[in-house]
Design a protein around this ligand. Structure first.
Ligand code: AP5
Length: 228
């Protein structure tokens, strides 16, 4: 592979955490600050569902039930996205990997490209608070900026701070019943990755129960150190 001849030193950051932990919120802030690309497998899957691709059709009902989409589909989607030129700026993986199989596939992919994981940041939160966070979430329909009914509202009511858009949307899986399944899936299949990345020396745990801006300051410091 070409990448093997010219070492690729683009940063790779992983955000781990249960649904509602703030992975997307923090990833978007880091993207803006450092120029890295936020790669959310949830967003990529929702785009595939909306486009009606074969993978999207297979993923739809699984996502609606709050379960994990098959490793095969997710790894293929992630691999394709990481091969696109903008990812040379560095990537923030938001919601990937989520299983041991995905973590091992990522290790193999990075071995091929010559990259390494600069940090795997685990956002530590209380499950009970996640239902409140998720049930109040909405996003700008134009640029995807995330908001919350109580914790983060646009500065001008009804207008996106980032792009001025006036259409907002809520996710189909953001309801109390599905959130419970998503939390179960996290604890059974994703939480074990904390030990996986600890063993690799890449894990950084962060208390993510505070204010969004305070957590963002901690994240900035972590990223600066990890990518220095
Ligand atoms: P995905 O889209 O990845 O959803 P998730 O992991 O459930 O995470 P969320 O997007 O719900 O939460 P978040 O941590 O990004 O929180 P956010 O920043 O938005 O996955 C959806 C589905 O796709 C999965 O269930 C699965 O089916 C499938 N899937 C995706 N990836 C997969 C994979 N790798 N393998 C298999 N299947 C996969 O914040 C939430 C809200 O809280 C927002 O409103 C925000 O404004 C607010 N908020 C954020 N931080 C704070 C704070 N500190 N204080 C108060 N409010 C806050």
């Amino acid at each position: 592979m070409d990448g093997a001849q010219t070492p690729n030193t683009s940063p790779v950051l992983i955000l781990l955490g249960p649904p509602g932990a703030g992975k997307g919120t923090q990833a978007r802030m880091l993207e803006e600050q450092f120029g890295f690309v936020q790669l959310s497998t949830g967003d990529l899957l929702r785009a595939a569902v909306a486009a009606g691709t074969e993978a999207g059709q297979r993923a739809r009902s699984v996502m609606e039930a709050g379960e994990l989409v098959s490793d095969e589909i997710v790894i293929a989607i992630l691999r394709d996205r990481m091969a696109q030129p903008d990812c040379a700026k560095g990537v923030i993986l938001d919601g990937f990997p989520r299983t041991a199989v995905q973590a091992e596939a990522l290790d193999r992919l990075l071995e091929e490209t010559g990259q390494k994981i600069d940090a795997a940041v685990s956002l530590e939160v209380d499950d009970a608070a996640m239902v409140t966070r998720i049930s109040g979430r909405y996003t700008c329909g134009t640029c995807g900026e995330g908001y919350h009914d109580s914790f983060k509202q646009p500065k001008a009511k009804g207008t996106c701070d980032k792009c001025g858009g006036t259409e907002f949307k809520r996710r189909a899986d953001d309801n109390a019943e599905t959130v419970a399944s998503r939390l179960d899936a996290y604890h059974a299949q994703t939480a074990p990755l904390i030990a996986y990345y600890k063993a690799q020396g890449a894990l950084i745990g962060i208390d993510a129960m505070g204010e969004i801006d305070d957590i963002a300051r901690k994240m900035t410091a972590i990223v600066k150190t990890a990518t220095a």
